[in-house]
Design a protein around this ligand. Sequence first.
Ligand SMILES: [Zn+2]
Length: 254
Amino acid sequence: MIAMIERLIGSGHAYAAEGHVLFSVASFPAYGQLSRRDPEEMLAGARVEVAPYKRDAGDFVLWKPSTPDLPGWDSPQGRGRPGWHIECSAMAGAHLGETIDIHAGGIDLQFPHHENEIAQSQCAHGGKVFARFWLHNGMLNFGGAKMSKSVGNIERVHDLVRKHPPEALRYALLSAQYRQPLDWSDALIEQSVRTWTGCTARCATSPASKPYLPSRGRWRMPWRTTSTLRWPCPRWPASPARHARPPAQATVPG
Ligand SMILES: [Zn+2]
């Protein structure tokens, strides 16, 4: 992370001020492209008070100073710790290379986190594309709010599978397109359990579906390759496989 920050300072994409190192958003014209935001509008819409050490309101922290009671590491700027985004850029660069094929994540990370990752990585790697494809999934909502560990409105998979057939839970998760939000509710689970049990009941009476029947309490899933997902039931009413298929076209950027 420190080496990457030093490279960004050296190439004029970052600057040190009052123990901080900031990325200069103005130095990267493509900033805002992923989330389709206009940098000018972003600045105009900045309501928070701008820290005095920032040249531009949109500049974001790469490194910040640490007090003795906070975790910290020695750096050319003194003892400090990394900002939120630089870790991802440094890890991706070290383990996956300068350009990665697919970067996925929740839509809530598109801005600012992924936008900042692109800015840091691309500028530290001489303008090389950071990720060829971005896949942002919609949020799983629960009780009208985003399901989140920090909010505490979560359901754990190992609790759910004790109460419902795992296949029905999978079906429930596949019922929304990946970029759309999915409202997780008792009604969704009940509906999915009904659909799944209805299908398996129909399969049970069909001689053609023998290989798909449960053996010793476990379903045999004839998934083939990742590109051709075959739904296990040949008599499924309305092929849900179209939901399960990986997206034919990734969004660039999006
Ligand atoms: Zn990240």
